[in-house]
Design a protein around this ligand. Sequence first.
Ligand SMILES: [Zn+2]
Length: 366
Amino acid sequence: MEYFQGIILQDRIRDFFTRSLQNDRLAHAYLFYGGEGRGKEAFALTLAKTLNCQNETVRPCNECANCQRITHFNHPDVRFIFPASKALKAEQLHSIVQAKVKNPYAPLSIPGSKNISIDAIRELKEEARFGSVEGGYRVIIITGAEYMSREAANSFLKLLEEPPERFLMILITETLHSIIDTIRSRCQPVYFPEFSDEQIEQIVAQYEPVDQDIRPLIRMSGYNVKKVFNMLHASYMEQREWVLKFLRSLIVENYFNLNQLIETIRGKNSQEYALELLSILNSWFEDAFHILNGASAEQLINLDKSEPLMSFAHSFPEFRMNEINQAIENAANAIERNAHPVLTFFNLAIELHGLLGPRRKLKEAT
Ligand SMILES: [Zn+2]
């Protein structure tokens, strides 16, 4: 039997679970942990498919009826539980899950306060009493496990202590320490490291047609696949162009352009938009700083802009990184406290201008 063929996985995850499956030594409960956007939920679904797949040579095949039903979240033996507010209606919950049907790496966007209630766990336990509906493997996936209320966690503990046959529980969290000890000690912890640049490129290519170099997004996101998908939707490249124009106008002291450019934020009218611009601006200075300290183009966040970055860094070799960092952070704080983004960017522009230091004329390349 071949496992996880064509599925993009971290080596340690692939090796570990392939061995467990081959030796038929699956634990009753796993605790998947590690930062956001490392494919923990997607892999939990992959594992659920693997255990219920009908293919005789390759699992999961992603094509058989069982695989298909799990992909669409309507297999009776696979339950996917996530924290949500009690106020959410059934159709809202349905549409949250639909995003995962289209793309298992997509973030769950859950409005309002989040909680996994005792009711959800009670229901689960009730179902667990009757083994699997279809004779396969029952798989319970609980993502955001740290949102279990204390009562829910205590109730869940009973299930962990006496797991039924052919029953797999997968808890998922970003913060291992926020899971209570009694639960943690009864699950096998599995750490998910970051994906590589290439792996994230491959994952994105499966779900979104992109014709751009997405490596800057990957780095900007901190190797967080969920964030990369969000950034693709938020037209990150357009925002970065804005930042580059902003810097250019500032450097050549074209205040007319600068004015016009900053005025365009007014139309956006969104805190989040302005904060994104600031974090891109910050990444630019960080890259320039790293260049001056000998980093290669491959190591940069904005690696596709390494040439203008080099020329910027060498034109302003004395720019004051710490103060610039602070100025950008102050601007972000001000915007979070509802300062007007247009005004904030004007102030920041003036401040940055003073912090760039003297401009060096670049020697002609020989
Ligand atoms: Zn299958």
